[in-house]
Design a protein around this ligand. Structure first.
Ligand code: SOE
Length: 381
């Protein structure tokens, strides 16, 4: 089948720029979709670094001002991999110019900006999606399938952690290309927007809306040198955040995220306990889903470790043969595959900006709750 080109303009070329680009390059090798992503332009303020990225990954051209990418007639879709404080302005301008918009998570710095982004893509009627990639780990997608089939029954508990340890050193500066996640002006928040946002997105998808939250945050290192100004400046991000919540389905939630859990690099785990069955998942063992079903015969009842590699399990028929697992980078390939398939069918790709706004509303309520020291309702604007 001859495929329709879809010209991509990538804005930002850090870690996420690589994951997305890899996905654009791989998708047609494994998924039979009607579109073929074309690496038209990459944009970054440092022309030399952007050129090196373009040469290495195969982009046809380089821009140093994102506005140029948006003005270009030969760009169909704008992919935002720039720091969080650039998301709203770029996405709104791109939507106004009639471009499709794919935005790295979190959607925005806060709910107000996020709402403006939703309004812009919806007013323009352009396809849009946010890269909450963990939904598309086959084991996580399988969890969704099991829940939707009603196998867990009534849900009582949802528990999630995202633990890292890379910011423990007080010598680590904040700000600049590699460390903008530590600078509140660029990131909006710390672990809440960066890590808990993933946990919240998955939770809303698997277990429905969150009604109210009670949170606490801590900034363990209060001052860090700023890479750009060279001065020691106050740290405005949350280094750690834990919160309790009530879901609208009556279940209770417990979430924890930190960059100070020595020994953990990216330990994203969740567990859901239902009346009939429970499931557990762990990013460090991402191809497995742990499943316990109370209805099993009592003499063999126990936790099953399901190796999610078979052709009848989500996404796996597109990859190797049963028993051979895939990894982190494939979640981004899945998102592009779904985006292209939905584009051809005229359907939205989840999470859309509007769906990702729900995660933003929870993040805002969590940060407000921590600041005010009280339970907060999760309210959209
Ligand atoms: C932070 O270290 C980070 O790279 C996040 O920004 C990503 O979203 C997460 O998937 C892994 O950790």
């Amino acid at each position: 089948m001859s495929k329709k080109p879809l010209n991509i303009g990538l804005i930002g070329y850090g870690f996420m720029g690589r994951t997305h680009t890899n996905a654009y390059k791989r998708v047609n090798d494994f998924f039979d979709v009607a579109y073929r992503p074309v690496l038209k332009a990459v944009c970054g303020r440092n022309a030399e670094a952007a050129r090196a990225f373009a040469d290495n990954w195969g982009y046809e051209s380089v821009e140093t001002d994102w506005r140029k990418v948006i003005e270009r007639k030969d760009i169909d879709a704008v992919d935002i991999c720039a720091p969080n404080n650039a998301h709203a302005e770029i996405a709104i301008a791109a939507a106004k110019a009639g471009k499709m918009v794919l935005c790295e998570k979190p959607l925005s710095m806060n709910l107000v900006d996020g709402q403006a982004m939703v309004d812009a893509v919806e007013a323009a009627g352009v396809p849009n999606t946010v890269w909450y990639n963990y939904r598309r780990v086959p084991a996580v997608t399988l969890a969704k399938q099991l829940i939707d089939e009603g196998r867990l029954g009534r849900i009582f508990h949802y528990r999630a952690n995202f633990l890292q340890d890379w910011t423990i050193s007080a010598e680590l500066p904040q700000g600049g290309a590699g460390l903008w996640r530590l600078d509140a002006a660029a990131a909006g928040s710390g672990v809440t927007g960066d890590l808990l946002a993933h946990c919240i997105d998955t939770a809303l998808w698997l277990n429905g809306a969150i009604a109210s939250v009670s949170a606490m945050t801590e900034t363990f290192i209060k001052e860090r040198k700023h890479t750009v100004t060279g001065k020691v400046e106050p740290v405005g991000i949350d280094d750690a955040c834990s919160f309790l919540c009530r879901f609208e389905n009556g279940s209770l939630g417990l979430f924890e995220s930190t960059r100070y859990a020595r020994g953990h690099k990216a330990l994203y785990t969740f567990e859901i306990n239902g009346e009939k069955a429970s499931i557990k998942w762990d990013l460090h063992d991402l191809h497995r889903l742990q499943y316990f079903d109370y209805r099993d015969d009592s003499i063999i009842r126990g936790w099953h470790s399901v190796h999610v590699t078979d052709g009848d399990q989500p996404y796996m028929k597109h990859w190797w043969v049963p028993g051979l697992q895939i990894g982190y980078e494939h979640t981004f390939v899945h998102q592009v595959a779904d985006f292209l398939e939905n584009l051809a069918a005229g359907k939205p790709t989840a999470p859309t900006f509007r769906e990702a706004l729900a995660t933003q509303a929870v993040c805002d309520a969590v940060l407000d709750s921590a600041e005010l020291g009280r339970w907060e309702s999760v309210v959209p604007l």
